[in-house]
Write a protein that binds this ligand. Structure first.
Ligand code: CP
Length: 311
């Protein structure tokens, strides 16, 4: 099976490729001795993060190191980008230095798309503005399956700033590709005006979303993106209108897990009591730490597939 040279979006993958990644990640989790890691010809894996990150960058660094790759941290703040060199020249310089694969995060949606024409090296999108975050969706799906939830025929509520979240866009593409249904829920300004996807429903009412779903996936309000569009309303009443608390879930008798990709705004979209109740099963509790834990195996699987199985 082949994989694309540039993984920009979930739509660069098909169901078979997703299943291959899930199987590989599962093998890496339970049976790592089955795999031959890089010992002699060690590939060079770089990260280039033009926007902040705690989870994505660190888990890619750990994944590359655990596979035995040579890891190169390209730090934009101390690089010649600060002297006016452009990003394309930077990428061709990294290629000349021997980079095989680079994980790139950028604030500009779609910035990686032109690189598909003549990629300097293999590229994984680590998040591009409001557009896509494909590896987050893949690790979320992996976490769901590993903790006893297959989204096929089930419904997941994504609650929060669905319109401005790259995580939401990738997750919708992946979950509906795998046969699941999505309810997008949030206040006005956080939802798309309409959807063409028959497996996606839009709603403002958080209790309707919770009552009609098998899993909750919370998102923070992307204040930085609203600010860019000149919005002055910072959703002061969000914790009461759409925040998810243990109290709210218990009142609705919903024993379902709560996922969150991070970063979290505690007391806004998610209550402290939920964080205080982590779980690793499909039951009432917080799944965020399991998502982070499973990110390592999924990102190892993605790096291996990208390096070894090329179109
Ligand atoms: N989920 C996620 O992308 O987190 P970071 O911004 O910390 O990488």
């Amino acid at each position: 099976m082949n994989f694309p040279t540039v993984l920009e979006s979930i739509n660069d993958l098909n169901v078979e490729q997703v299943k291959y990644l899930l199987n590989t990640a599962d093998g890496l989790k339970y049976n790592p001795r089955k795999y031959t890691f890089y010992e002699t010809r060690r590939p060079v894996v770089a990260t280039c993060f033009l926007e902040h990150s705690t989870r994505t960058r660190n888990s890619f660094v750990l994944a590359a190191e655990k596979l035995g790759a040579i890891y190169l941290n390209f730090d934009p703040d101390t690089s010649s980008l600060k002297k006016g060199e452009n990003i394309e020249e930077t990428f061709y310089t990294l290629k000349s230095q021997g980079v095989d694969l680079c994980i790139i995060r950028t604030p500009i949606p779609g910035e990686l798309r032109p690189l598909k024409e003549n990629p300097p090296f293999k590229i994984i999108n680590g998040g591009d503005g409001m557009h896509q975050h494909p590896t987050q969706a893949l690790l979320d799906l992996f976490t769901m399956i590993e903790t006893g939830f297959n989204p096929h025929g089930k419904t997941m509520a994504i609650i929060g700033d669905c319109e401005h979240s790259r995580v939401s866009h990738s997750l919708i593409d992946l979950i509906t590709m795998m046969g699941g249904n999505i309810i997008l829920c949030g206040p006005s300004g956080c939802l798309p005006k309409s959807t063409l996807n028959p497996n996606v429903e839009l709603c403002y009412d958080v209790e309707y979303a919770i009552n009609n779903s098998d899993l909750l996936y919370l998102l923070r309000i992307q204040k930085e993106r609203h600010k860019r569009f000149g919005a002055t309303n910072y959703f002061c009443d969000y914790p009461w209108t759409h925040g998810v608390t243990m109290e709210r879930l218990k009142k609705l008798s919903k024993n379902i897990p709560v996922y969150h990709p991070g970063p979290i705004n505690l007391g806004v979209e998610i209550g402290q009591c939920i964080i205080n109740n982590p779980t690793n099963k499909h039951e009432l509790g917080y799944m965020g730490y399991e998502q982070v834990r499973h990110s390592l195996w999924m990102r190892m699987a993605i790096i291996m597939a990208m390096l070894e199985r090329q179109i």
